[in-house]
Design a protein around this ligand. Structure first.
Ligand SMILES: C[S@@+](CC[C@H](N)C(=O)[O-])C[C@H]1O[C@@H](n2cnc3c(N)ncnc32)[C@H](O)[C@@H]1O
Length: 279
């Protein structure tokens, strides 16, 4: 018996309409609008089993971005899979803050993206500004994904990828104009209460920030002064009110004045640090 797109849509009870349409479009290599326009289109057995395999994966909780192998961030399509954190819309707040600082400055700048994952922040900024960006991650797997995205976004000439535990593989003589960081900040105490989509599918190394969610950030801030130019800035994405205050204090102790920026939902999301201690 022949199967139409309509039959698949009507028969699906668990996957949301939005995800269902994306999955059908992906499996048939058509645009989402064509799913609705082609409701009466028949799908062959091979196509039907491909769609069913992807729907099963979604029903089991796999995030849609991992199924589609793609996530849009700052109007760019990033390749993503289980090796990396899926870019989040709130991270655009950090990118916007960075672009504002970059555009107010003259001359070529050297930037660092700490904890680059799929290259979300660093490659977006390389694409928008063509300044040189060093993208660092502790995970070789994440850097494989970032390399693929550097090619996709056509920024391989301005973005370099470095595998390093924070600054350990970066020479102390290298000084950056801007250091951007979205390091893991979920408190380990909250790990078990995380949404299943996140906890069971995204890499723990990308999320678990240790006690209070600030352990990795504390280590990062300890080394930060060695790598930043004197008129440089640091921008960190953070996850909540107490973290904002704790990281602001840690930056203060290292000689920075730190300002907190809210995201579009009104949450403390980004800390911008500027040197005050120029002695
Ligand atoms: C929250 S994800 C951010 C990914 C990406 N920058 C974004 O904004 O979507 C944190 C990233 O930091 C990396 N990471 C964790 N610990 C690290 C460390 N000690 N040194 C460098 N990178 C680290 C993880 O592998 C992960 O890719």
């Amino acid at each position: 018996m022949s199967l139409r797109i309509r039959d698949i849509v009507v028969g699906e009870k668990d996957v949301t309409m939005l995800d269902l349409v994306s999955i059908i479009a992906h499996a048939l290599s058509i645009r989402k609008e064509e799913v609705f326009a082609g409701y009466e289109r028949e799908v062959c057995r091979k196509e039907a089993s491909r769609i069913e395999r992807l729907l099963k994966s979604r029903r089991e909780g796999t995030p849609l971005a991992y199924i589609l192998k793609e996530k849009e961030f700052f109007s760019e399509a990033f390749f993503v899979d289980e090796r990396v954190l899926i870019p989040r819309p709130e991270t655009e707040t950090l990118v916007e803050g960075a672009l504002k600082i970059i555009r107010a400055r003259k001359g070529p700048l050297l930037l660092l993206d700490m904890g680059t994952g799929p290259g979300t922040i660093g490659l977006t900024i390389a694409k928008k500004t063509r300044h040189n960006v060093i993208c660092v991650d502790i995970s070789p797997d994440a850097l494989c994904v970032a390399k693929k995205n550097a090619l996709l976004l056509d920024v391989s000439d301005s973005a370099s990828l470095v595998c390093s535990d924070l600054f350990s593989a970066i020479q102390k003589s290298t000084k950056f104009d801007l250091i951007l960081a979205n390091l893991p900040y979920i408190p380990s105490e909250e790990w078990n209460a995380l949404m299943r989509d996140v906890r069971d599918f995204e890499p723990e190394i990308a999320l678990n920030g240790g006690e209070g969610g600030v352990e990795i950030y504390r280590r990062f801030i300890d080394d930060l002064p060695h790598y930043l130019k004197r008129n440089g800035h640091v921008l960190c994405e953070i996850g909540g009110a107490t973290q904002a205050v704790n990281i602001q204090k840690a930056l203060g102790c290292s000689g920075f004045e730190a300002e907190i920026k809210l995201d579009l939902s009104g949450k403390e999301r980004v800390i911008i640090g500027s040197w005050i201690n120029l002695s």
